[in-house]
Design a protein around this ligand. Structure first.
Ligand SMILES: [Zn+2]
Length: 651
């Protein structure tokens, strides 16, 4: 404010002394309430912030020595399905954006037992007892009593009403653990300025305290069953409940180093308050204009210009309606007319005089400060670092890689906070479950722009054998090992199916020979025609040129057709379906001729390269093989029939 006072001295007012700055609450609690109100009632602002946060929400990843892929998957499934960890991180993050602070703890539920102390309510020791039962069992017995903060019930062994101790058994089953978000309004921080260490206190809400203290018979089991012993103690001592230091996670918005914030984050809204207020003034104006001017004011009145003919003493003449009826009667008759019309818009109304209607207002379109609002909000979004495309929800990622990269780097604190929260939750949960803590836990980084290019590059490198399968598969969110095992399983299944088919074909090959040549040659003709009709590309040409009988091939078949294709075309797949068919034809005719180990490796390379093409090729190879087999069968039969005569030509 020093430059402000200098300005005042020379006769100017401080330009920073605006309404916005005067209204800004300076106490952290008030500021949080203010921020909450803005987030609740200014949807466009909070939505823009939410989009920014959600942009960074991705799947969690766990890594570490001795932490297997299987364990990582299990942990990830548990966290996502049971704890909704992704949404939860987003909710924490939104709390931070709103209040500047968000807090979470892990709740470990317990079963509460009551143990008889053998002491009466007056403190006299009756005898040493120790009878133990669930609170929920004792609760509905007739003489159960909760005299804050002690439990009393009639002990079946002592036969008198005794005071009960609490004995809680932790229920640390994985599906019982629960992450809890705390209201930032209720958390107080004890702050040490030197070490910057924070200790956290829960200001127990009065309503909750009163519910516990004002216990009534047969009511409030859910409260008494679940209130931790230490919270009960804190209420009894009328103090705050203090969390264990590592039991609570605090996410806070960083602010400037010079600002005294005593361990709290400062709500981000403070920095945007001036602009938010400006926009809000326009919004309020907008509302007022909409209320007053969208629907025009309709006024109905008897027409004064045109006078009505009336039957007077002389039988005719013209007169104003006012001279005929008192004003009040006119108004009430118009009023009941309008009421009848409201009830039934199709009804016909009768009036003893002409009526006119005037429209007043209705020009909201011209009056509403749309441009001002648009301008104000655009400025506000710049302030909170949300790209206009994002708050309008019309983000086209490919079109704006640089803006996105800038957006990602200027909001780096968001994924950093998400990751810190993930690390804390995993550590806390594994502590309770006696599980291993992975050395690295993080949400998969978002770099959508880079990813798309990188993914394509990786696949090309992989096809060329320049990069490991593990690396390339990871870019596709697939596990290399799983896929390889799947492939091996499929290969076994495939060979079983093939053996089965072979057996069936052998049987059918003999049966089909009763009409020699009919089915076989028709099929071949159709196939040949289809291939020849394709475009005369390199692959199409090869297919068309390949005769049906591979032994008569004019050119030596390539032993590695897939490898050489990938090398020649750098992994391009034809878009044209005919070209694709022709390519499949040429590959299959060559692969049928390829000896066994090479053929398998070529086929698996093809599968990795393009599943669809692989399927086309294997289907063709199957057809080819069965054709050859049935031809061989025909030949054998005709040899038998013709007594060893010459075989009929295959075509
Ligand atoms: Zn007892």
């Amino acid at each position: 404010m020093s430059f402000g006072s200098n300005l005042t001295r020379v006769g100017f007012t401080d330009p920073f002394r605006t309404l916005g700055h005067t209204l800004a609450p300076m106490a952290i609690r008030e500021l949080m309430l203010y921020a909450e109100r803005i987030f609740m009632f200014y949807g466009r602002y909070s939505n823009a912030i939410a989009r920014k946060v959600k942009y960074f929400l991705t799947e969690p990843v766990f890594e570490g020595d001795g932490f297997s892929d299987k364990e990582a998957t299990e942990l990830s499934v548990y966290l996502q399905e049971h704890h909704r960890i992704i949404s939860f991180a987003g909710e924490m993050s939104m709390d931070k954006q709103c209040y500047g602070n968000s807090y979470a703890t892990l709740l470990v539920p317990f079963k509460r037992f009551l143990v008889c102390t053998g002491r009466t309510a007056q403190g006299q020791r009756h005898k040493i007892c120790g009878f133990r039962r669930l609170l929920s069992e004792a609760f509905y017995s007739e003489d159960f009593e909760f005299r804050f903060p002690n439990f009393y019930s009639v002990c079946p062994i002592c036969k008198i009403k005794t005071q009960n101790d609490i004995d809680d058994k932790r229920d640390d089953r994985a599906d019982q653990l629960k992450l809890k978000r705390w209201s930032p309004h209720e958390i107080d921080i004890l702050y040490d300025p030197y070490s910057t260490k924070c200790h956290y206190l829960w200001r127990i809400p009065e309503e909750y305290k009163n519910d516990i203290k004002g216990w009534k018979p047969n009511k409030g089991l859910h409260l008494l069953e679940n209130i931790p012993k230490n919270v009960l103690k804190a209420i009894a001592l009328n103090t705050q409940f203090r969390f264990n230091d590592d039991a609570i996670f605090h996410m806070k918005d960083a602010t400037y180093g010079g600002i005294e914030n005593r361990g709290y984050g400062i709500p981000r809204v403070l920095g945007n308050l001036q602009t938010i207020l400006n926009v809000q003034v326009i919004r309020k104006q907008h509302e007022a204009i909409c209320m007053d001017f969208v629907v025009p004011l309709r006024v109905v009145s008897p027409s004064q210009q045109i006078t009505a003919p009336v039957g007077g003493e002389d039988g005719h003449g013209t007169q104003s309606p006012y001279s005929m009826l008192p004003g009040a009667n006119i108004a009430s008759s118009i009023g009941s007319m309008l009421a009848r019309w409201r009830r039934d818009p199709a009804s016909i109304q009768i009036a003893p005089f002409p009526i006119q209607m005037q429209l007043l207002g209705g020009n909201a379109q011209q009056l509403a400060p749309k441009d001002l609002l648009e301008y104000g909000e655009a400025g506000l979004m710049d302030e909170v670092d949300v790209p206009a495309e994002m708050w309008r929800g019309s983000m086209q990622l490919q079109a704006m890689p640089i803006a996105i990269r800038l957006f990602e780097s200027s909001n780096k604190n968001i994924p950093d906070d998400h990751n810190a929260f993930l690390r804390w939750s995993v550590k806390r949960i594994q502590q309770e479950l006696n599980g291993q803590v992975p050395s690295r836990s993080y949400f998969k980084p978002v770099t959508i722009v880079d990813d798309e290019q990188k993914r394509q590059l990786l696949l090309q490198l992989f096809a060329g054998g320049q990069v490991t399968g593990r690396r390339a598969y990871k870019a596709l969110d697939m596990e290399w090992r799983q896929e390889q095992e799947g492939l091996a399983d499929e290969a076994v299944e495939m060979s079983e199916i093939q053996a089965d088919t072979q057996r069936k074909m052998d049987q059918r090959g003999l049966a089909g020979s009763l009409q020699p040549g009919a089915t076989g040659s028709a099929m071949m003709g159709a196939q040949g025609g289809g291939a020849a009709g394709g475009p005369a590309g390199a692959a199409g040409g090869a297919a068309a040129g390949a005769p049906a009988d591979p032994s008569q091939a004019g050119m030596a078949p390539n032993p590695k057709p897939v490898t050489s294709y990938l090398q020649q075309t750098a992994g391009r797949v034809p878009n044209d379906p005919q070209e694709l068919q022709a390519l499949a034809d040429s590959m299959s005719t060559q692969l049928v001729e390829t000896p066994e180990p090479d053929r398998n490796s070529e086929l698996s390379l093809l599968r990795r390269f393009n599943e669809f093409l692989h399927e086309l090729v294997t289907k063709r190879m199957e057809k080819y093989r069965s054709k050859i087999r049935s031809e061989a069968g025909n030949q054998a039969i005709s040899q038998l029939q013709g007594g060893g005569g010459a075989a009929p030509p295959p075509q």
